[in-house]
Design a protein around this ligand. Sequence first.
Ligand code: DX5
Ligand code: ZN
Length: 223
Amino acid sequence: MIKIAPSILAADFSRLGEEVKRAERGGADYVHIDVMDGLFVPNITLGPLVIAALRPHTDLPFDVHLMIQRPGRYVKEFAEAGANIMTIHLEAEEEPAETLAAIRDHGSRPGLAIKPNTTLEAAKSLLRDLDLLLVMTVEPGFGGQAFMSEVLPKVEEAREFLDEEGLPIELEVDGGIDVVTAGMAARAGARVIVAGTGVYDGRVGSNIAKIRKSAEDGLESPP
Ligand code: DX5
Ligand code: ZN
């Protein structure tokens, strides 16, 4: 019911292969990989070369979160590097529908992310082309920020809309997720939970288990 996607942004970058394995051994469902270009967000992280280098280290799907301007330019590179899910930002692309179609054509599953101030309405016309909708619960760019609970009504709105329309899209949240906020996000309707600091700060396996338990408890007490 709930998928946990540890973000390697909070892992030790000098030994990423081992960090990805720790997530797998700890029971993760996806590996969340944050790509930042210093333009769409102020921070710079990694690109297709690093993702390709990590690919042999795990069988878990790579959930690649592209925080880059005009991601359509790099669909082929990220698909070839091994991105199973490729999520672009609505705010980063003039013609997101074309890029989402290109992602599918290249054999990856298309995802769309919206920043905290972007409405669900702005994304609605694209939902039919999607496998995953990512509702950001922090401003993208950095790990370790505080969860923005003011975004929860948008998660609820998305859950309601997807259920009403019968759209089989994974609803993901990302940013500031810990044992407490995971429950809040799942209660609001999230089913894929990204956590960086919350997973990698301490024992990965027990952190994943605690976040999963919190989210599953949240699921059982809807708003
Ligand atoms: C933020 C990234 C997140 C980040 C989450 O721009 O998209 O995936 O790694 O980190 P935490 O869980 O520490 O907020
Ligand atoms: Zn992310």
